[in-house]
Each structure stands twice: as C-alpha cells, then as structure tokens.
Design a binder for this molecule. Structure first.
Ligand SMILES: [Zn+2]
Length: 376
C-alpha cells in the first residue's frame, strides 16, 4: 500500500509485461482484468465474491451512474466504494463511449455532448469538465479522460477530426482534473486503425502527461485481426513506464493476444454478460450450458477449475437451473467466468515473470483446440 499512484514494471517477456500498479486502495497486479460493475454492481455477484475470483480492481460506468442514481447522490452517500461495498480500486470510464452508443438524440460540439437519457428521456450535457467532476464525486481511483469514439468503419477524415477533438478534450480533462495525489488520470489514444493518426494521438497525450494511457476506439466491431494489427504498433507508441489499458476487451483469446502485444489492463462485460445467457468460458473453449447434452451429465463444467460452480455443482444442475430460469444460474456461471478470466491473467503474470510466456500461450491455445469434453 502507498499514498500515491505509481506503476512498477517488474518483468517483460517479448512485448508482454507484468508489474504492479500501486494505489492507496491496494495493489493492482498486471496484466489485470477488470470486471465491469456498470450500475454499481457486477451483475449477479456480491462484491466479496468478485474479490474472491482474484479481481484487484473493477470498472464503473460514468454514463449509467450519472443518470441513476446520480453522482451527487453517490457522493452524499460516501462515494462509490462505500455505496457498493467495494474497498479496492475502481476505474471509471468517462461516459463518452456510452453517450455515443446508448443515448438518444446526441448533439456533439467543441464544448461537449448533449444527449437524452435512454432511461427517462431527460436531457443531459457532458463535457470534459463535467466528466472529471462526476468521476471525482464517485471517488474513482483511476479516472478516464473524456473522449469521442467514432463507430467503425469511418472514413479517415472523420477519424482524424474525432481524434483531434479528443486530444483537445484530453487537455481540458487534464486541466479540470487538477492535482489529486493518490488518484490517477489516464489519457486515451484514438486514431482508428491508422498508424500515423495513432502516433499523433500518442504524441499529443505524452505532451500533456498522464498517469497511464489507454488504447481507445478498438473492440467496436473491427474484428480481432484488425484489432491485433493496431496492437502491433499502438502500445509501442505509448510510454514504457506507465500502464497501458485496452478498453472493452474481450474474449479470452483477445486478452491473451493483447497482453502478448504489450497491454497491461483490460475490461469487458463478456464474462458476466455471458454468464447470464448460459455461456461458460473454459480452458477447452466455450460451453453452452443450455445444450441438451448436459441434462444428465454429473461431471463439473471444468474439472480443473476451483470456482464454486465447478467445485460443488454438476453440468446437469447448471443446465437445469438455466432452463428453469433460476437466479442461481447467472450467479454460478458468472462466478465461473470471472474466475476463469482471472486465472488466465494470473497464469500470464506468472509466465511472463518466468520468461515462459510463449509456452504458456501454446498451452492456452492447445487446450482450446481440444474442444469441450465428449458427451457421456
Ligand atoms: Zn469454474
């Protein structure tokens, strides 16, 4: 524990890195996967259960929380950590991405974005200054710059204009954030799939100086091949001695591929969302528990997994409670998925520290290639 925010890069193996982000609320071991607690909860999970899966940090969504229950109310109730009973670090996004993807009737200007709430149609205005204020009210440990993220595909002119606007907003975010010891502000690189625009964005962010740097504008439908192409150069454009965060990623093989290319942090709704739709990620690939083949199967989902779903329940039970739409279905599968994602991260951290990432990666892909266990 420390009173300030810092990053210790402990070891590298190829481009893959492992280290520790020190914060006053605890250490974040990297590479780190952040479960998403959209509305001040990781759906279907108690906070202590999220911690038990091995998560050092979770993500909260500014857009959702500003609309309901509002940042001011959370502040009055002691901040987001106390409100949701999570005392470890929290990263909040800036709201920019979700304003674009979820809200109605948006109007974008140099000043910011005006939009209508998808919940009740009420009108809101979000600017870099307001986003910094909201994230401060929430008590976020890692605050993200307010940025604009155009949907892909978009033409180069649109990508460039959007990136340049985001860089002006990055400076305004930095100015509004001020000096807050123990709290970090991350800049967000934009520039679509274009190496030179990404380079210019990185240059602008480095000139402003941030505590960490995110690769933004990916995982928006471009596909894994295009994303990896960008990750072949984007992390190298960012400072070596600061955490690098890939926003909104991803599936297990996306995560492994991103770490291989120099990413330290990621977040995604996938393990929790899939848990509620009957999808389990295992070391032998994806299992759809609703499939009739599991109805009489007394074996666990994954015999090697130590999570509660795999330790105490059969595939037959998981199949039954999913079919019966019982709440425990989402609870158990979400726990398993989050546990598995954290096992991947822990495995990579150990392998990178030992200089054995390539072997670990080969095992990871070999397990998936086997496919699920044969039906009884
Ligand atoms: Zn499990």
């Amino acid at each position: 524990m420390t009173a300030t925010f810092s990053f210790d890069l402990k070891a590298t193996d190829g481009k893959a890195r492992t280290g520790v982000i020190n914060t006053p609320r605890g250490d974040i071991r990297t590479p780190a996967f952040m479960p998403v607690g959209t509305a001040a909860t990781v759906k279907a999970m108690m906070p202590e259960s999220v911690a038990a899966t091995g998560a050092d940090i979770l993500l909260g969504n500014t857009y959702h929380l500003m609309l309901r229950p509002t940042a001011e109310r959370i502040d009055r109730l002691g901040g987001l950590h106390q409100f949701m009973n999570w005392d470890k670090p929290i990263l909040t996004d800036s709201g920019g991405f979700q304003v674009m993807s979820l809200s109605d009737l948006r109007k974008l200007t140099e000043e910011g974005v005006t939009f209508k709430s998808h919940i009740d149609g009420s009108r809101h205005h979000l600017t870099p200054e307001r986003s910094m204020e909201i994230q401060k009210l929430l008590g976020s440990d890692i605050v993200m710059c307010f940025d604009e993220c155009p949907a892909l595909p978009a033409d180069r002119k649109r990508i460039q204009e959007s990136m340049e606007l985001s860089m002006r907003w990055a400076q305004r975010s930095r100015d509004a954030f001020g000096d807050r010891p123990g709290h970090a502000l991350f800049g967000i690189q934009q520039g679509g799939l274009e190496e030179d625009l990404r380079g210019r964005s990185a240059e602008a962010l480095r000139a402003i100086e941030f505590d960490g740097y995110a690769v933004g504008g990916l995982a928006v439908g471009e596909g894994q091949e295009a994303m990896f192409k960008v990750l072949d150069f984007a992390p190298d454009q960012l400072p070596v001695d600061k955490p690098r965060y890939l926003m909104g990623v991803g599936k297990p093989d996306d995560i492994v591929g991103a770490v291989k290319r120099g990413i330290d942090m990621m977040d995604c709704v996938l393990p929790s969302r899939s848990g509620r739709t009957g999808q389990a990620f295992t070391r032998r690939g994806v299992v759809n528990i609703k499939n009739a083949r599991h109805a009489d199967d007394p074996r666990p989902l994954d015999a090697e997994c130590t999570c509660p779903a795999c330790s105490n329940y059969s595939r037959a039970y998981l199949h039954h409670v999913f079919r019966a739409q019982e709440m425990i279905s989402g609870m158990l599968l979400t726990w398993h998925n989050l546990h598995y994602f954290q096992e991947i991260m822990a495995g990579m951290r150990t392998a990178i520290a030992a200089g054995a990432f390539a072997d670990w990666e080969a095992d990871f892909h070999a397990g998936r290639a086997k496919g699920d266990i044969a039906p009884l």
